[in-house]
Design a protein around this ligand. Structure first.
Ligand code: ZN
Ligand code: FE
Length: 255
């Protein structure tokens, strides 16, 4: 049985997630932007947290943790590389490590770029990856600390996961990401279709996160630096994909 995934809107545009095993009752929280909506989501379902997985140190991903732990004294897991700037960790992890939630393996991927030390959590049996501010729906996190080459390597790692992987990212930025995406990939029919779907969802007040990796690979310009049409549009045919990614990221920063 795959874990049950619950998406929890927090703050103005953040998402936290619960991953629940109905078999043994364990529940992991992925990121803790704000206590109240997370505590309410747990209470509604009668769930108790067993684990908290932290993707990176930014305040909008950890701010609610202390209050949540007062009611749910769960095991807090985060990157060893960021232990000095994350809340206190019960377990420090790094790329290649794996641990269990609900009897299911969780694999740690280093996805540095937005920050250096940002990790993603991949659950192959449930086909879900928690990417926070690395790979985002139709976008990727701004490069506050890492280099374009580092983020391109991180995104390439995520793109290599199975196509049906559910991508649980950290923010509802999709509609503004779409406005940029179409400027670098204007002929992409899958992108045009996705933008129509996003506009419809947002008009109805629906979340556009999580998304499916296959759709990200078909439409997210930050995963498409090897795409001939995008390279041609940027005047970078056969350029190094990391350089094409850097150009796309640079344009987005000025957009
Ligand atoms: Zn962040
Ligand atoms: Fe964030």
């Amino acid at each position: 049985m795959p874990l049950e995934i619950v998406t929890i809107p927090c703050l103005s545009d953040n998402y936290a997630f619960l991953a629940h095993d109905s078999g043994n009752g364990q529940t992991a929280l992925i990121d803790a932007p704000e206590a109240a909506p997370i505590l309410a989501a747990l209470e509604d379902r009668g769930w108790t947290l067993s684990h908290v997985l932290l993707t990176h140190h930014h305040w909008d991903h950890v701010e609610g943790l202390a209050e949540i732990l007062t009611q749910h004294p769960a095991r807090v897991i985060g990157a060893a590389a960021d232990a000095h700037r994350l809340p206190p960790l019960d377990q420090q992890v790094a790329e290649g490590d794996s641990f269990e939630v609900g009897g299911e393996p969780v694999e740690v991927l280093d996805v540095s770029g937005h920050t250096v030390g940002h990790v993603a959590f991949y659950l192959p049996q449930s086909a879900v990856v928690f990417t926070a501010d690395s790979l985002m729906a139709l976008g990727c996190g701004r490069l506050f600390e890492g280099s374009p080459a580092q983020m391109w390597a991180s995104l390439s790692k995520l793109a290599a996961l199975p196509d049906d992987t559910l991508v649980c990212s950290g923010h509802e930025y999709t509609q503004s990401n779409a406005k940029f995406a179409i400027t670098v990939d204007p002929e992409n029919t899958a992108l045009k279709q996705r933008i129509a779907d996003i506009d419809r969802a947002r008009a109805a007040g629906e979340a556009t996160v999580p998304s499916i990796l296959a759709l990200e690979k078909a439409t997210n310009p930050f995963l498409r630096a090897t795409d001939p049409a995008i390279q041609a549009h940027l005047g970078m045919v056969n350029a190094d994909p990391a350089a094409v990614f850097a150009e796309i990221r640079g344009r987005k920063d000025k957009f």
